[in-house]
Design a protein around this ligand. Sequence first.
Ligand code: ADP
Ligand code: MG
Length: 496
Amino acid sequence: MGKVAVGVAVIGTAAVVAAAALLVRQRMKSSGRWACARALVKEFEEKCGTPDARLKQIADALTVEMHAGLASEGGSKLKMLISYVDNLPTGDEEGIFYALDLGGTNFRVLRVELGGRERGVVHQEFAEASIPPALMSGSSDALFDYIAEKLAAFVADEERIYEQPAGKERELGFTFSFPVMQNSINSGTLIRWTKGFSIDDAVGQDVVVEITKALKRKGVDMRVAALVNDTIGTLAGGRHSNPDVSVAVILGTGSNAAYVERAQAIPKWHGPLPKSGEMAINMEWGNFRSSHLPLTEYDSAMDAESLNPGEQIFEKLISGMYLGEVLRRVLLRLAEETCFFGDEVPAKLKSPFILRTPEMSAMHHDTSADLKVVDDKLRSILEISHTSLKKRRVVVELCDITASRGARLAAAGIFGVLKKTGKDVVKDNGEKTIIAMDGGLFEHYTEYRKCLEKTVFELLGDTTGSSVVFQHYNDGSGIGAALLAASHSLYLEEKL
Ligand code: ADP
Ligand code: MG
């Protein structure tokens, strides 16, 4: 063999050895990466842990905060707002009532015909419109004029069918789902805007005065009989169809709860004791926080980067706006630290809020053998292709960890409210407690809903558990406001 030939042979051998070494390294790396990924998932799961004992501590902490919030204004992170609704619908309401539901970028106007105990809600109609973005940061008059105009058109359309009796004003329930300091059942000043609205001259104004003026400008003769938010509206809607409803929970983009409290148990209430002895309380429970809440570094980072850092911590753990975002953050970490989706971190995965809760829920509910839905969603939303079945299973597992934590915490919240009202112990008289539920998360995220219901049952124990019923009241916020207009009608006395 000549010198040249030897040289080639040596190089050849070296190349083979190097390639083999690379292969081994890659194999080691990929099994090492998988181990790292598993460790990361396991750590997340542990930090999200919600054993029953912890949920009970959370429920107790919530109860303590409820007491503090009821004792004095500003006594707790839980505002425990007095709604002035001391007259929940009984089912006897009759007549035609209107409702306006403004809680985000869409608003609705409704007309509801109530037929009393026998006939209930005889008829309802609604029209929906979106708020043009320009009006969300314009002037107060411009926004309320726009809303009044839509209501005027809706009323004019119906005028021929439903003639308003002479001398009687039409009555309206206004669901206004922004923070309001309520002064009476039909007055309240706007504390601040949320959900992308910023109309400076409306802050500090009485919302009812503003909408009433706008209605006058548009030639509509209408009296605002009740000003409420969506949670109180849902409580009213629930109570109208069943007197055993005493709690309402919204699980949608955000989360909130309302319940019926004994007026005597509200130290900060200085008004006359209502005849019913009851008062609906708007908890604003999204702002609850406690050292017992299982917060992870993903939650802390999401909170720090949010528009309202340090606020709405409970909401950020349980509601629809945030579940998908927490999942995205965990997936991003997996991608960055374990090359979970290949050597490059998928660019889309770095985009906040790109993974929405409905998509997460679709992946979580994927029952196909090869997790086709997970594959589709990863491709279409995150531009991640060619994932192995094993990896898709991890994605589903993460959906489950995140959603279960949210659902179990929401359950602890409900358990806390039941404790506060003494409904955590079953009465001998076979009394039922019905919880009125609304919101897209509860309605559509089946795994979340099932986990929530199961956990409440677990926390209550078999006997009491079976006396608590969850009832979905679709659109309580709209009909509820109309029902509250009815139960707080100016013309009630005339009927008696
Ligand atoms: P909002 O809370 O904005 O008044 P909804 O009560 O309709 O409106 O709730 C909408 C929210 O519900 C969405 O932001 C989303 O988080 C959640 N949601 C809607 N559809 C689904 C779904 N299929 N699966 C899981 N969550 C959903
Ligand atoms: Mg809503």
